[in-house]
Write a protein that binds this ligand. Structure first.
Ligand SMILES: Cc1cc2nc3c(=O)[nH]c(=O)nc-3n(C[C@H](O)[C@H](O)[C@H](O)COP(=O)(O)OP(=O)(O)OC[C@H]3O[C@@H](n4cnc5c(N)ncnc54)[C@H](O)[C@@H]3O)c2cc1C
Length: 541
């Protein structure tokens, strides 16, 4: 029961994700820095969570400074060039990013902030193609198309397919009904929570279950279950260990609101935020590694950067992982033992390993017209695939093959050429420290992953076609984001860890806005986490 209450409490915060009770009207309001502080708020890190927090605060009149260790903004949401090719470092598919079909979700925030005018979103017609030993199927990125394809293949499971859609929508609606809870007084909140088992029944039923439980409730055929739960490859936990709520909400996010990419890569989104923050009077400094949060009488009063500069502020928002924040930047002694114990008990998600590839052929012209392919030719069992990848056996696991040059955005490759990214899950612990052993191991693993993908697209392994082949590992991701063990998803999203860590820390003026807090992970949630942390500051003032 206690666990249920904690999960419900989490959900109240999660509701913020979709709670569109925004108070701003797109105009910045007046608010100077507090007495003695240079800034109202310092944001540590310019990933999407940090950028979104800074934008919302700037719009509400706060004087904001963003400090980013890298030489450009975006964190994971970035791009880079190699020869003729441009690579999006991360984004394949974003949920709720564009003008949504149901007028809800992230796009509402982007409109509030004025970001939507600075960025063009590309709606991807294909959700994904799943290739298993006994199945090769393409799913469109909307409910109608998604269900039609499934029903054609599994007509005897029609009712279950409809039921799955209802569960996704009901879970979403249940959470929407709870959307104002985070602003309620304790008494009202108590009554609403008490009624959850009766009023938000779908949410209540699945809050402690796995996505596998949902699959078993809806479907009989094992391959159908594997196809519908395919997005486990995006969420950081296999179906049998993944929170049901995450799977249900995210599927509704994609199929209800559309599957989106950003024209000009995810860097264009990050740059749009940076431009907006500056328009709103905020400052962004890149190449500024924060090494310490300065504490005075239990309050965070400012930060120090690697070059010894000190900046003061009334509030600090960390777009970092909570481990760096607690153990390196602030210091364990400033947190209650309970908070530190919780961090130590929580399990971080896995990291990723992959290969960025530039080809001198046009894959679409050769008949490869997909955008996102999940290729797993040896088994459809998610747990087996997950364990295989985590052991470092990338030849026999699953690979996500993303063909960026099929997005219709010329930025990726010149005419007649193609850009492809291969992605798999990986555990930092299998990777040697940087050095010769690392380089040799990385080369071997890059070739293994390419070999697997080349079973489907042989040109990927043809030296005559390949102009760029560059691997990234958990070490690469750790270096660029400073996230513990190169994790890009925050905490492992099992039902037990559904609550994650709140945006509010035990230090009254210190907040976290990153994939490690509250709402689920990925670019959509990072931005909503940013809004959420900022809104808590605004509410408290
Ligand atoms: C290969 C790959 C594919 C992905 N695909 C998708 C996808 O298709 N769809 C999707 O939605 N999501 C995807 N993601 C996940 C998504 O990119 C991330 O979840 C999201 O961008 C994380 O945002 P964040 O704000 O939490 O922070 P991060 O992107 O982790 O950024 C944190 C920032 O803080 C900075 N920083 C940290 N510590 C300090 C410090 N001490 N001082 C100064 N700066 C500091 C870092 O340099 C970094 O810029 C993918 C990620 C990867 C790596």
């Amino acid at each position: 029961m206690i666990k249920n209450h904690r999960t419900i409490a989490w959900a109240f915060c999660f509701i913020l994700l979709f709670s569109l009770v925004f108070t701003g009207d797109g105009q910045a309001t007046e608010r100077g820095a507090g007495p003695g502080s240079e800034f109202d708020v310092i944001v540590i890190g310019a990933g999407l969570g940090g950028l979104a927090a800074a934008t919302h605060l700037g719009l509400n009149g706060y004087k904001v400074l963003v400090l980013e260790q890298h030489d450009k903004v975006g964190g994971c949401a970035t791009r880079f060039e190699r020869g003729d090719f441009t690579f999006d470092a991360s984004l394949h598919e974003m949920a709720g990013g564009g003008p949504g079909k149901k007028d809800r979700g992230l796009y509402e925030l982007l409109k509030l902030w004025g970001i939507h005018k600075k960025v063009e979103f590309i709606e991807l017609p294909q959700f994904y193609r799943s290739v298993f030993p006994d199945m090769d199927i393409r799913l469109p990125s909307n409910w109608e198309g998604f269900k039609t394809v499934l029903k054609e293949e599994w007509p005897e499971e029609s009712k279950g397919i409809d039921r799955f859609q209802r569960l996704c929508e009901q879970t979403y609606d249940d959470l929407m009904e709870l959307k104002d809870l985070y602003r309620c007084g304790p008494l009202k909140a108590f009554f609403i929570k008490t009624l959850v088992p009766v009023r938000q029944r779908t949410f209540f039923k699945y809050m402690n279950k796995t996505l596998q439980d949902v699959m078993d409730d809806c479907f009989r055929d094992q391959t159908l279950k594997a196809v519908v739960s395919q997005l486990w490859v995006y969420y950081g936990a296999p179906t049998s260990e993944q929170s049901a709520l995450l799977g249900l909400m995210a599927t509704e996010g994609y199929l209800g609101d559309g599957v989106w990419h950003v024209k000009g890569t995810s860097q264009a989104l990050s740059d749009a935020y940076a431009e907006r923050i500056r328009e709103l009077g905020g400052e962004i400094r890149t190449g500024a590694l924060v090494t310490r949060v300065i504490m005075e009488n239990g309050i965070a009063s400012g930060v120090e950067t690697k070059d010894g500069a000190v900046y003061t502020a009334r509030y600090i928002v960390a777009n970092t992982d909570p481990y760096q924040l607690a153990f390196k930047l602030v210091g364990e002694k400033h947190f209650p033992a309970k908070y530190i114990d919780r961090l130590n008990e929580m399990k971080p998600a896995n990291s990723l390993f992959g290969v960025y590839m530039g080809l001198n052929i046009d894959l679409a012209e050769l008949g490869y017209e997909d955008t996102e392919i999940f290729y797993q030719p040896y088994t459809s069992d998610a747990k087996t695939l997950y364990d295989t990848m985590m052991r470092g056996d990338f030849r026999n696991g699953a690979v996500a093959i993303t063909i960026y040059s099929n997005y219709g955005d010329p930025i990726y490759a010149p005419k007649g050429k193609s850009v492809v990214t291969l992605t798999a899950y990986s555990d930092m612990d299998i990777w040697p420290e940087y050095g010769e052993a690392y380089d040799a191991f990385k080369e071997k693993k890059v070739n293994e992953l390419v070999e697997l993908a080349a079973e489907l697209i042989p040109e990927l392994a043809d030296p005559e076609c390949v102009e760029v082949k560059e691997g990234f590992t958990p070490r690469t991701l750790e270096r660029f984001t400073m996230n513990k063990k190169g994790v890009v998803y925050g905490f492992y999203l099992s039902p037990e860890q559904w609550e994650k860590v709140p945006n509010r820390t035990p230090i009254p003026n210190l907040f976290i806005a990153s994939n490690w807090t509250q709402v689920w992970h990925g670019m959509t949630s990072a931005q909503i986490n940013g809004w959420q942390a900022a809104q808590l500051i605004i509410d408290g003032d």
